[in-house]
Design a protein around this ligand. Structure first.
Ligand SMILES: [Zn+2]
Length: 105
C-alpha cells in the first residue's frame, strides 16, 4: 500500500525502511550505577570525613551530590536507547522527495 505524497499529491511512492541498529548496552552500567548511588557515596563520604576529622554530614552531602550528578548522567544514556530502532521513510517517484508518514495530515 502506497502513501500519498504530501508535496505533489502523487501516489507513486515507495516505502523505504532504513534500519538504524543501536549498539546494545550491557548490564555493566547498571551495576556501576548501584555502586555509584547517592546512598553508597554518602556512606563512603561519612567514613572518609571521620578519618579526616571533619563533620560527617559534610562528607555525606558531597557524596549525595556526586551520586546525584552521576545518576543524571547515566539516566541520559538510558533514555537514548529508547529511540526507535528503525525509521520509516517514503520516497516519491514524481517529485524525487522523501518524507515520513508523520508529515501527513
Ligand atoms: Zn511527490
Amino acid at each position: 500500500m502506497s502513501l500519498q505524497c504530501p508535496y505533489c499529491q502523487s501516489r507513486d511512492t515507495v516505502l523505504l525502511k532504513s534500519p538504524q541498529y543501536l549498539p546494545v548496552k550491557s548490564n555493566a552500567s547498571s551495576i556501576q550505577n548501584s555502586a555509584m548511588s547517592p546512598l553508597a557515596l554518602a556512606t563512603l563520604g561519612i567514613s572518609v570525613s571521620k578519618s579526616l576529622n571533619i563533620p560527617p554530614i559534610a562528607g555525606a552531602i558531597v557524596g549525595v551530590l556526586i551520586g546525584g550528578i552521576w545518576m543524571l548522567i547515566t539516566d541520559d544514556e538510558v533514555q537514548q536507547t529508547t529511540t526507535p530502532s528503525y525509521v520509516r521513510h517514503y520516497y516519491c517517484n514524481d517529485c524525487d522527495r522523501d518524507f515520513s508518514p508523520s508529515l501527513r495530515n
